[in-house]
Design a protein around this ligand. Sequence first.
Ligand code: NAG
Ligand code: NAG
Length: 322
Amino acid sequence: MTGQLYHCSLVKTCNWTMRVALGLLLLLLGLCGSGAQREEGGLGEVGEINEVQVTAPRDAVEEKTEQSTKQTVPDIWAEVRALRDMLVELKVYVEILQRENSDLQTRLSSTERELLVGKSRIDQLERENTVQATELLSLETRLTATENKASDLEKKNADLQTRLSNTERELLVSKSRIEQLERENAEKPKVAFYTALTDAGYVGPHNTDTTLKYSKVFTNIGNAYDPATGFFTAPVKGVYYLQFTVCGNHTGLMGVFVFKNNQKIIYNVEWKEDKLYKYFTKSVVLELLAGDTIHLVLPSTHSVFDDGDNHSTFSGSLLFPL
Ligand SMILES: *[C@@H]1O[C@H](CO)[C@@H](O)[C@H](O)[C@H]1NC(C)=O
Ligand SMILES: *[C@@H]1O[C@H](CO)[C@@H](O)[C@H](O)[C@H]1NC(C)=O
């Protein structure tokens, strides 16, 4: 609205200006042609405005228009009146324009202030935006680092879980193996015995072979030795270690037979001189089946000696089952 009004005003102003200039030119011509007309007045109201402009070109146009002035005098005064009216209008319009201009300047100043405020706000927002962008970048970097770390931890965790599972399986196997060994150990037959012959002193010599019944039983794990018969019976198939010590105090033969089942497998013998006590010790390692028996026999004409001092002993144990 203001732009249109302003544009329109400019056009009107130009038109009026041209018309005023033309009118003044005609007035000048008229004045030059007849100076007496001044007395009638009417020019007094407009003369103050146009006085400067009308003085300069007076001489230049004086001669050229001299012939026609008389005929145009009435028209000139009419034109002067019209011009005076137009000047009045023009003044009013100039005042309007000045008011509009003042109003526009006020609004322009206000707009410029708002623009400054807006620019300042934009600068502030741009600074804030820059700061936020920096923070966002920093956060993204940290997020990426954290994600990488989490990924590493997940891989390590998976690895540890795999190792844990393996270890747990191995532990189960080990436990199972230990239980098996414990069962085997518990089930493994334990066989050991240690005996001495008698507290009675001399045994023999007899006319026949006589089974020696070692009557003092000090150790008999597994009860494989029977003092009632003098027989050791292997409870399981395995390898057995057996040992016996024979003491003699009579002058003459001292010795024993070793029987496996009913088979004589050893004969050990010494001739004792007329001295105090004589000993020999024999060991044997035998592979026996379950139920096999071992016993010692005093051959006829031989003798052994034992008393509370445990001179003659018989012992044995299972080395390992087969
Ligand atoms: C053992 O023999 C010796 C020598 O012959 C004898 O002096 C001793 O009394 C005998 N010991 C026993 C317990 O008979
Ligand atoms: C004979 O052996 C038994 C059992 O080991 C023991 O108690 C006893 O004291 C022994 N006798 C001697 C004289 O060492």
